[in-house]
Ligand binder design. Sequence first.
Ligand SMILES: CCCCCCCC/C=C\CCCCCCCC(=O)N[C@@H](COP(=O)(O)O)[C@H](O)/C=C/CCCCCCCCCCCCC
Length: 202
Amino acid sequence: MIKAFHSSFIENDIILGEYLEGWRELIKFMDALGTVFTFISQETMTKVNILQGYLNGENGKSYRTLLTMVKFELENEVVNFKEFPPNRVPSGCRTLLRLHRALKWLEVFLYKLGMSEGHGQTSEMCADAYHKTLAHHHSWFIRQVAEVAFLALPPLKEMYTVVCVQKHEEAKTVLLTTVDSIVKVYNITQEVYTMNGMLDLP
Ligand SMILES: CCCCCCCC/C=C\CCCCCCCC(=O)N[C@@H](COP(=O)(O)O)[C@H](O)/C=C/CCCCCCCCCCCCC
């Protein structure tokens, strides 16, 4: 997962194929945490599949990177700035924005896990990261579902086994290295979306 996210950025752009690979690896982590996260994992996979569909489609070349996707979709008026178009596959830009917002939550959550010194409740860290980030973009109903899922998060030691480490020091290295890659990917994407006025796509 670190490898995929790390090789996804080039200068000020993101290679979409690598980015989606990073997400697929993240989904594997989430699946390893238990069936209570299936709903979130499926929602994430749906978004990944929409983007992969564009990448594999007839205009696939235009979806090779974040910048080429944005250029193509804006030039071809694929992006809807006013409403979520019913009965149409959502644009790549709108779909990636949902993953981008979730990446901020993940950055904050993994940073908290890494800096926890082996103490603290994972559910509290996760909820706190969520309230500060992704929750701002979710409806009341989704926020309630998320709160219930957080309660099912395993304790810190068990979470470490998910990232294949035993001790806090090892976990800290893995988690903070991941955060580092996520921050780079997040900042590039944020810049591109800001420049194109696309941070609030419906
Ligand atoms: C050692 C620790 C390893 C931890 C690894 C964690 C891996 C996490 C992987 C994925 C994170 C979740 C990504 C969630 C994507 C949500 C996309 C989204 O916001 N969708 C909403 C908006 O879409 P549209 O309706 O506009 O199309 C959608 O409404 C939401 C659906 C339900 C998802 C609710 C997610 C809320 C919680 C996020 C925290 C996940 C907790 C997982 C705990 C590990």
